[in-house]
Design a protein around this ligand. Structure first.
Ligand SMILES: C[S@@+](CC[C@H](N)C(=O)[O-])C[C@H]1O[C@@H](n2cnc3c(N)ncnc32)[C@H](O)[C@@H]1O
Length: 288
């Protein structure tokens, strides 16, 4: 097994990318800091606009050579910087979709001098025309009412009715509020339901998913649960410890109760670079 495969390295993504051979990744699925001032235990979300955009371009240029020519990329952003970052990516890849993640935020006040923002913006990009995309793996079943409404004889046995429909570019999936059973101690953890859809659609079985900014490790979890390989990075040693714990118990989470999980892949590891800051997470060096 490659030394870098199925590992989350507790280090700066820009430095860590050197571990990964060029053209070895099927899917880059990443959720970088949005630069909204959040505290991730580092200053990554608190940069000047110029520094943030410069840094973004830097990691994009370091990451893209790792992608196979027919690979794909998903990036989570918000309206604040998606225009600039989508332009950067459109100069390098082909944009297929802007997906709106409606976080299903209940109405509880919010902005009074503008409209309350309740969505994230996700860009879906591909390297070339023959990119991998398994639509059947992510079809959405029609609900009983729709099926009933299509019960006339001309529809009986219709393949499309049985197979479900193609997900649209508006994804309404509840954010992980504090009480959510899937929730780990990370301020911007993404729901497995969303990440797993991307993995199943855009990474072949046994392929490799790269996430430069693992946070609580949702991408690694999703890859593991879907029978794909993963690799990634996370700066904060406390989050690295969370990743290790999540990867050790992938079926405990709420998503697992709803869905039938794929068989587990080879054991995954969270490797922690020995720095003073990483001492807290020393135990995360052990492969899980
Ligand atoms: C938006 S969060 C990712 C959340 C993740 N998708 C999840 O579901 O938990 C971004 C993460 O990137 C990490 N980060 C910021 N700069 C980094 C860098 N240069 N290298 C690696 N990780 C970094 C932050 O510590 C933070 O946890």
């Amino acid at each position: 097994m490659s030394e870098w495969l199925n590992q989350v390295f507790c280090e700066d993504a820009l430095a860590g990318l050197a571990r990964i051979p060029d053209a070895s990744i099927d899917l880059i699925l990443t959720d970088p800091p949005y630069n909204l001032g959040k505290d991730y235990g580092n200053a990554s979300d608190q940069q000047s606009v110029a520094d943030y955009l410069r840094w973004t371009e830097q990691w994009i240029d370091a990451a893209l050579p790792k992608l196979k020519p027919n690979g794909s990329l998903y990036i989570f952003l918000t309206w604040r910087f998606s225009p600039e970052i989508f332009v950067m990516l459109k100069q390098r890849l082909t944009m297929m979709n802007e997906i709106i993640w409606d976080r299903r935020v209940p109405s509880m006040g919010g902005s009074v001098r503008s409209y309350s923002s309740v969505h994230d913006t996700i860009g879906f990009f591909v390297g070339r025309k023959d990119y991998y995309f398994d639509l059947d793996a992510v079809r959405v079943p029609y609900d009983a009412a729709t099926k009933k409404a299509r019960s006339r004889s001309i529809f009986v046995g219709a393949k499309w009715l049985e197979m479900g429909y193609n997900p649209k570019d508006l994804w309404s999936v509840s954010r992980l509020h504090k009480e959510h059973p899937e929730r780990a101690d990370h301020p911007t953890q993404k729901p497995l339901e969303i990440i797993e859809r991307m993995v199943k659609a855009s990474c072949p079985p046994d392929g490799v998913v790269l996430d430069l900014f693992m946070g609580s490790g949702t991408t690694a979890m999703a890859a593991q649960r879907c029978g794909r390989n993963f690799v990634g990075f996370e700066l904060n040693p406390e989050y690295c410890a969370i990743i290790k714990a999540r990867l050790a118990a992938p079926q405990v989470e709420a998503g697992a109760e709803k869905k039938k999980a794929a068989p587990r892949k080879k054991p995954a590891a969270v490797a922690v670079k020995k720095t003073r800051a990483a001492k807290k997470a020393d135990d995360a060096e052990v492969a899980v």
